[in-house]
Design a protein around this ligand. Structure first.
Ligand code: DOR
Length: 471
C-alpha cells in the first residue's frame, strides 16, 4: 500500500526530456527554456528542469527540439461517409497529427450533411473507431431547431455553421428575418455560430467589380470565378450577420476572413463589444494560411490547385491580414483543410471543386515565419493553439500548462520543399507545393500518447476522442 502511494506520488507515465519549451511573455515573446515535461494520465503534470522531474519508465528525448502545444484547428473538412473517397476520418486525422494538429473541428458539408441529431450520431459513429486526433463536430442550424437544439447540445456539438452558398437547411438562406429567428432561438446556448461570409443576394456588386478584374486576368474562367466572389460580397455578408447577431445577442465566428474590406467591418463588431453596447454579442474570426501566404496571382500559376472559396485575394489583403493577426485584431489561424482528389482538381477550372488541403502545411508554413523572425513564438502559440481552444471552449487544450492535456508537438528544423506526395491526406496536391519550409513536426503526442514520429503514424485507429465544448 505504502509502495503504491509512493509510486503514484513520484512516478509518471512519460517524461519528455531535453526539450525547449516556450515560456513567453509580452516582454520575452521568444523565450525558450530548456526543460522537461512530466505526463501522467494524459495530462501535463509538471514542466520543470530535469532534476526536478518525477521518475518515469518511459522517456522521450526531444534532443533539444522545441515543444509546442498541439495545434487546435477549428475549420477542417474531414469528410468521411459518402465522401470518404475525398478524405476519411482516419486519413484526415493522420494528416492532422503529422501536421502537429491534435484537435480538429470538422465541418458540416458532408454527405449526408450534419444537419440534425440523427446525421450527427451517424457521423460520430463512423468517426470514433478511425480518428487518431481529437475531433469535434459542427452542424448546420437544424430545421427543427427548437426540438433538435437540446439533442445536439447533448451530443456535444462544437457549434453551428451557416453556409449560404450551399444551403443545407432553411437557416442557410440569406434572409434577415430567417437568420434573426435562428439567432434568437440560439441566443443563450453559448455555442458559436460560424459564418461563411458570402452575400448571395447581391448582383450589383459583381458587375461593379468586373472591369477591374478583367484588366488583371483577362476575360476567362478564372476572372469569372473571382468575379463571382469579390471581397465586397464577403464584406457585405460580415455586415449582414454582425447586425443580426448584435440584435439577437449571439456569438458569431467569421470563418476564413480573407479581405481588407471584411476586416474593416469586422473591426466595427469588435468596437461594438469594446463599447459594451450589448453584453451577449460576440464576434471572432479566423484566417486561413492560403489567405496569408498566397495572392490571386497564384491562380494564374496553379489554376484549380489554388481554387477555393473565399478565393485568394490581392497582396494588400495578405499584408493587412498579417498585420491584424500580429496586433491581435484577428486571433485564430485555421486550416480550412478542404480535400479533393487530384483528378478532380485536374478538370477544367470551372468544373474543378473549390478547396485545398492544409492540415500538413499549416504549422510548417507558420513556424517558418517564426524562424525567419516575422512572427513570435508567443503569437504562433496564441493563434494556432491557445485562442482557438478558448474561443470554442475546449477545456484543457491549447497550452503547455500543468493540468492541461498533454497534446504536444515536437518540432525539428529542416530546409526542404513541401511535397504533397508525402501527405497522409488523400488530397495529394497543394497550392504550397514546392515552397521551402524551415521546420516540420518531428513527433506529436495526443494526451500523452505518441501518435506520430518521424514520418510515421504510430497511433491506433480510434485513439482520438470525440470532444465536446465545455459550457
Ligand atoms: O473552397 C471551399 N471548399 N470552400 C468551402 O466553403 C467549402 C470547401 C469544401 O468543402 O471543399
Amino acid at each position: 500500500m505504502l509502495r503504491a502511494l509512493v509510486m503514484t506520488a513520484h512516478d509518471v507515465d512519460l517524461k519528455i526530456i531535453n526539450a525547449k519549451v516556450p515560456f513567453v511573455s509580452e516582454i520575452e515573446p521568444n523565450n525558450l527554456v530548456e526543460c522537461g515535461i512530466a505526463i501522467n494520465d494524459g495530462l501535463i503534470e509538471q514542466v520543470a528542469k530535469p532534476d526536478n522531474l518525477p521518475k518515469s519508465d518511459e522517456v522521450f528525448d526531444a534532443k533539444g527540439m522545441v515543444v509546442l502545444p498541439g495545434l487546435v484547428d477549428v475549420h477542417a473538412h474531414l469528410r468521411g461517409l459518402n465522401l470518404s473517397y475525398k478524405e476519411d476520418f482516419d486519413t484526415g486525422t493522420m494528416a492532422a497529427v503529422a501536421g502537429g494538429i491534435t484537435t480538429v473541428l470538422d465541418m458540416q458539408n458532408t454527405d449526408p450533411p450534419t444537419i440534425n441529431p440523427e446525421n450527427l450520431k451517424a457521423k460520430k459513429e463512423s468517426a470514433k473507431s478511425k480518428i487518431v486526433a481529437d475531433v469535434g463536430f459542427f452542424s448546420s442550424i437544424p430545421d427543427d431547431l427548437i426540438n433538435d437544439l437540446p439533442k445536439m447540445i447533448d451530443l456535444g456539438i462544437a457549434g453551428f455553421k451557416i453556409y449560404p452558398l450551399h444551403p443545407y437547411t432553411k437557416y442557410d438562406i440569406y434572409d434577415r428575418d430567417t437568420v434573426l429567428e435562428a439567432f434568437l432561438k440560439l441566443s443563450g446556448c453559448k455555442l458559436p455560430i460560424c459564418i461563411h461570409a458570402i452575400d448571395v443576394s447581391s448582383k450589383s456588386i459583381k458587375s461593379k467589380n468586373k472591369g477591374a478584374l478583367e484588366q488583371d486576368f483577362g476575360s476567362d474562367e478564372i476572372t469569372n470565378f473571382l468575379n463571382k466572389h469579390p471581397p465586397e460580397l464577403e464584406a457585405s455578408a460580415v455586415k449582414f450577420y454582425s447586425e443580426i447577431a448584435i440584435s439577437a445577442g449571439v456569438h458569431i465566428h467569421i470563418s476564413h476572413l480573407s479581405s481588407l474590406k471584411s476586416l474593416e467591418i469586422f473591426k466595427l463588431g469588435l468596437k461594438h463589444i469594446r463599447d459594451k453596447k450589448n453584453g451577449l454579442f460576440k464576434i471572432t474570426a479566423d484566417v486561413s494560411p492560403h489567405h496569408l501566404f498566397l495572392t490571386k496571382e497564384e491562380l494564374k500559376r496553379r489554376g484549380a490547385f489554388a481554387k477555393m472559396v473565399e478565393p485568394l485575394r490581392a497582396k494588400e489583403d495578405n499584408d493587412i491580414l498579417w498585420h491584424a493577426l500580429k496586433c491581435g485584431t484577428l486571433n485564430i489561424v485555421a486550416s480550412e483543410h478542404a480535400p479533393h482528389p487530384k483528378q478532380e482538381k485536374e478538370k477544367s477550372f470551372s468544373e474543378a471543386p473549390s478547396g485545398v488541403p492544409n492540415l500538413e502545411t499549416m504549422l510548417p508554413m507558420m513556424y517558418t515565419e517564426v524562424l525567419e523572425g516575422r512572427l513570435t513564438y508567443k503569437r504562433l502559440i496564441e493563434v494556432c493553439s491557445e485562442n482557438p481552444a478558448k474561443v470554442f471552449n475546449l477545456e484543457k487544450k491549447g497550452m503547455i500548462r500543468e493540468g492541461y492535456f498533454a497534446d504536444l508537438v515536437v518540432i525539428s528544423n529542416t530546409n526542404e520543399k513541401i511535397n504533397p506526395d508525402n501527405f497522409f491526406s488523400k488530397a495529394k496536391h497543394s497550392p504550397f507545393d514546392g515552397r521551402i519550409i524551415k521546420a516540420k513536426p518531428y513527433a506529436t503526442f495526443l494526451r500523452g500518447v505518441k501518435v506520430y514520429e518521424d514520418g510515421e503514424i504510430l497511433a491506433k485507429p480510434g485513439c482520438g476522442n470525440i470532444i465536446r465544448p465545455f459550457h
